[in-house]
Design a protein around this ligand. Sequence first.
Ligand SMILES: C[S@@+](CC[C@H](N)C(=O)[O-])C[C@H]1O[C@@H](n2cnc3c(N)ncnc32)[C@H](O)[C@@H]1O
Length: 353
Amino acid sequence: MRFIGNKENLVDRIYHVIQEKNIKVKSFFDVFAGTANVGRYFKNKNIQIYSSDLLYFSYVLQQAYIVNNKEILFEKLLSKLDFTSRIFFASPLGLVIEYLNNLKPVEGFIYKHYCPSGSSELTQPRKYFSNENGKIIDSIRIQIENWYSDDLISKNEYYVLLACLIETVPYYANVSGVFAAFHKKWDPRAVKKLELRQIKTIINDKTNFSFNVNSVELLDIEADIYYLDPPYNQRQYAPNYHLLETIAKYDNPKIRGVTGIRAYENQKSKFCNKITALQELDKIAKHGLYKTLILSYNTEGIMPQQKIISILEKYGKLETVEFKYLRFKSNNNGLSKSKKYVNEQLFILRKHE
Ligand SMILES: C[S@@+](CC[C@H](N)C(=O)[O-])C[C@H]1O[C@@H](n2cnc3c(N)ncnc32)[C@H](O)[C@@H]1O
């Protein structure tokens, strides 16, 4: 998924640094999980994962990729669905996805507020999704919720289906990566008919945990590694991804403004302010029950390098590793994007015994 600060392309290098430095890792806490990509990578290595994020849609992804630990079979649902598949040898998830892809479109919350016809009474009707795709998103989201409340799908099955929807939606959104604004003209991918995509489940032989809270409240988690990948600048994540949050929660929120943003007071990160970021970093380094703390940060971040070093050095032996990294960048109003090389730095702190 396109997500600011997504470490999909960096995580393999981080793992190699961990190996080269002989850092023990049987358990791993992904403290700022985002897309859950980092946790997924380490789960694949059969490491026990803890992960957390302030965003609920991140929690959905974490539940589907990190907590769910088996192939899902949809036994109850498939025994009730009256439906003939056109796909040979489809997996149970494949069958359910096919069913969802053939639902009758519904004019629900997304259509009414984020598509041009649904929001036509506004001075500037919103063009986040085509009318057709808005209705498809509504029909799929409502059906998943109904199955869950009718007890036809398990909690794991519920989160896997929601994760399929969350992973699919950005491919059809009329935006430049973030949802802080929509294009005035249609991007070609936004006018293609939305087809729900399958996610791949990951299985290891550990029990893994995920949370949807301020991670600074989770410092009693004991893990060999705490991996910290906090926001780098003042831009809060919640307003930039408000629509994914609303699709994940589907809670008919009060929305406002040209973009139809939801309130995010309780999802503001202290890492988006230079002073409070340093204070929070200190708390984690001081109180966290880790053996090694790894902070990913880059030279453009709001916490100055020297300040980071002086905080972390108090708690153990500190090393830094630096690499060049191609980072996704979207401008302030989200209407243009560029690729940019930045220097990504790893601060590796081995705590005093
Ligand atoms: C740079 S992104 C992480 C990207 C992630 N490593 C990935 O690969 O997708 C930072 C994340 O930290 C989350 N966040 C910020 N402050 C937080 C806090 N205090 N507790 C939990 N999550 C927080 C944001 O919501 C955002 O998802």
